[in-house]
Design a protein around this ligand. Structure first.
Ligand code: GRF
Length: 208
């Protein structure tokens, strides 16, 4: 049984998609043992409580330095012994110590088709603003492993989403979540939980 820790910062709709997929049997061999937020007010924490999942907040505001916050975050994650850490809208740059401690065991959902509109500064609505201002006709979402770079780890799954003529960043963000993020994040977790994902030469191989 894959033991998952989910890290969140906001509304937690991706967390909800994971919870629902486990309940519906679309993700097998996995359970969420903890939800960790950097933001005390994240609605994602309420979603966790509503489902009887342990949750907690590790906020940088409660620590004298970034190093102390980083150490506390790592310590909290270690406490749960996760096999997989899922970053589901987690707006924290992970410290190198955490990435190193969990090599190949951290995944992230990014709301574009990497390598477009990703990397430093591309988060939240900014991603969709950039896609609309470039005038691309197709965008989407990507689930990838986390390495020491920003959005640079091996890609696990991607799903394309069409851009419509009257899209605003908010409308597009919602469509990308509904049509792509909430679909491929649970799919990727199910694949990992059933040992179907391996990394070969920096790229993922998905077993059929
Ligand atoms: C999603 O668009 C995710 O891709 C991005 O932040 C948003 C989080 O939404 N990184 P939610 O908290 O899962 O509702």
């Amino acid at each position: 049984m894959l033991n998952i820790a989910v890290c969140v910062s906001g509304g937690g709709t991706n967390l909800q998609a994971i919870i629902d997929a486990i309940d519906a049997g679309k993700i097998t061999n996995a359970k969420i043992s903890a939800v960790i937020s950097n933001n005390r007010d994240a609605y994602a924490l309420t979603r966790a409580k509503n489902h009887g999942i342990e949750s907690c907040c590790v906020s940088p505001k409660d620590f004298a330095s970034r190093d102390k916050f980083n150490a506390a975050l790592l310590e909290k994650l270690n406490y749960y012994h996760p096999d997989l850490i899922v970053l589901a809208g987690f707006l924290v740059v992970l410290p190198e110590s955490l990435v190193n401690a969990y090599q190949g065991k951290i995944i992230n959902i990014h709301p574009s088709l990497i390598p477009s509109f990703c990397g430093k500064g591309y988060y939240g609505l900014k991603v969709h603003e950039a896609a609309l201002s470039r005038g691309v006709k197709v965008t989407g979402a990507t689930v990838h492993f986390v390495d020491e770079g920003t959005d640079s780890g091996p890609i696990i799954l991607q799903k394309a989403v069409c851009i419509e003529p009257d899209d605003t960043p908010e409308i597009l963000q919602r469509r990308v979540m509904e049509q792509a993020e909430w679909v491929i994040l649970p799919q990727a977790i199910d694949l990992i939980a059933n040992n179907k994902v391996s990394i070969v030469d920096g790229r993922t191989v998905i077993a059929q």
